[in-house]
Design a binder for this molecule. Structure first.
Ligand code: ADQ
Length: 490
């Protein structure tokens, strides 16, 4: 365990991520409505309270007029958010293009369809330029906010060039970079054209963090194989300069969920939902962004197989699947939406009756209290990610299950399998029969076993929180810098 000795009282932390945790909608020439957005990074960082945090990122809207930019900046700055304005073309090439169509699928071992891959190859150079351009814009905003002694924490695959641009401007800046997705095996990573430039840019950071030890190991071997650098247990060494590479598994603000369960709002949602689910013996839950990494079609097919093989359950179990649409401009995501709708329609048509259907599917985000209520009253959570950096939904479910002690079915390809593996039923989401059998096991599990499994998971979720994650990362970053200074003195 790392001590927090180097975390000073209210150290200033500049968190830089592609998106600000709010969505802005224009209400007039100079007035704006701000709404907190859903996503794993958002949930984790909102739980971090021990730093004086400034959040820097794109506000998610295209604002080109001066007046609009000024009024939005001041609305955001009141909440500690600093906007980076990107024009439409940059967003298309950098965000939709390089980030979501190239890096995201590659880091999650997803092969795009042949024609998409060819198209992506053709536009790669211009998308890569836009990626660098966007990273430069982020760097300019960070530099305008930076004060001596601040710690800068860059997040995710969108900003792999940011450490390099910042260090070029100020080599003494304390700088960490954390990846929220998996880092793939070097055999996959090395198919990326321009693979070296990205690695070199990230290596300028003082500390590089991943969710699991495996992702960190993949990164280090990509550096040794592609760049010919030396990998050590500490990180990657280049001519005597060490970049620390380590695992920092993320967590949630578990208290926020536990406290919410005591509120009247959650209680009243629970009452309403109980009424609605009254006819069913057990309710299973799925909560995911509608993304190909989440394995939603695989989950539905496994549920269909279970209903087929266990007809006695057909009118006794309900699957509630909440899927928030994201990246709706990207073709692959539109295709996925239609595919999911088609499978849900088929299963409901096949196993439904005039009164009920086995799947209740919603294409939208849920309000926090409603989500807590669903987590609290359902019997099983089904996570079938094909790859997932961590998967915080599984943590949130555990945090809300202290009364019911529901069962977590969890993909072995989610980072969370390494922390919640002992309490969950682990599955390979590609093996539909295995998942179907696990559903049966979960629905029929005895209370003693459920309690024991839940105890293990609850302990983990309430001790490995978002706050601990951020504390550990920032204190390690401070230590790394002190060590580097000592090293140069020696
Ligand atoms: P995500 O892919 O977004 O995060 P996850 O970690 O599960 O995945 O977090 C999703 C978050 O969005 C949760 O906080 C959840 O409550 C919220 N959410 C999802 N669906 C919702 C809905 N319908 N309504 C309301 N809220 C909803 C990325 C990586 C993950 C990694 C996190 C954090 O892909 O692997 O765990 O970042 O690093």
């Amino acid at each position: 365990a790392l001590s927090a000795k180097h975390v000073r009282e209210k150290q200033r932390l500049l968190v830089v991520a592609n998106r600000l945790p709010v969505s802005a909608t224009r209400k007039g020439e100079s007035s704006w409505a701000l709404e907190l957005s859903a996503g794993g990074l958002v949930s984790a960082l909102l739980g971090v309270r021990q730093f004086e945090t400034r959040w820097i990122g794109w506000p998610g809207v295209n604002v080109q007029d001066d007046k609009g930019q000024k009024s939005l900046s001041s609305a955001l700055e009141e909440k500690g958010f600093i906007p980076v304005f990107l024009d439409e073309e940059t967003v298309d090439q950098y965000y939709n293009g390089y980030c979501n169509n190239v890096l995201w699928p590659l880091f999650h071992y997803i092969g795009l369809q042949q024609e998409d891959r060819l198209a992506a190859t053709r536009s790669l150079q211009s998308q890569f330029s836009a990626y660098k351009r966007a990273n430069r814009l982020f760097a300019e905003v960070v530099l305008s906010q930076y004060q001596d002694g601040d710690v800068v924490w860059c997040h995710d695959y969108h900003l792999m060039f940011l450490p390099k641009f910042l260090k070029e401007a100020n080599s003494r800046m304390k700088l960490g970079w954390f990846l929220h997705t998996p880092f793939p095996s070097s055999e996959i990573y090395r198919t990326l054209p321009l693979r070296s430039e990205l690695l070199k840019a990230v290596l300028t950071a003082d500390l590089i963090g991943f969710h699991t030890y495996d992702y960190a190991r993949h990164f280090v071997s990509a550096c040794t194989r592609i760049l010919g650098l030396e990998g050590t247990p500490e990180g990657v060494e280049d001519q005597g300069k060490l970049t620390r590479v380590a695992a920092f598994p993320i967590g949630i603000d578990s208290e926020r969920f536990i406290k919410a369960l005591e509120t009247d709002m959650v209680r009243s949602h629970i009452q309403k939902l109980r009424g609605r689910f009254a006819g069913r013996k057990q309710v299973m839950l799925g909560v995911d962004r509608l993304d190909m990494i989440k394995g939603i079609p695989q989950k539905l097919l496994a549920f269909e197989k279970f209903l087929e093989e266990s007809p006695e359950w057909q009118d006794k179990v309900l699957l509630v699947q909440i899927a928030v649409p994201t990246r709706t401009d990207v073709h692959e995501y539109q295709r996925l939406t239609s595919q999911v709708h088609e499978i849900v329609g088929r299963i409901n048509g096949r196993f439904g009756t005039l009164g009920t259907v086995p799947i209740h599917h919603l294409d939208r985000s849920l309000e926090f209290h409603e989500l807590c209520a669903l987590y609290a009253i359902t019997d099983v959570l089904l996570v079938t990610s094909l790859r997932d950096g961590m998967n915080l939904v599984s943590y949130e479910y555990v945090a809300c299950q202290n009364t019911k002690k529901g069962v977590l079915i969890l993909s072995e390809f989610a980072g969370a399998a390494q922390s919640l593996g002992a309490g969950a039923i682990l599955i390979n989401p590609w093996n539909i029969s295995e998942v179907a059998a696990s559903i049966e096991d979960a629905l029929t599990m005895k209370e003693v076993e459920r309690k024991e499994r839940h105890r293990h998971n609850f302990m983990h979720v309430t001790t490995h929180t978002a706050q601990v994650w951020a504390d550990t990362f920032v204190s390690e970053l401070n230590d790394t810098i002190v060590e580097a200074e000592l090293r140069t003195l020696r």
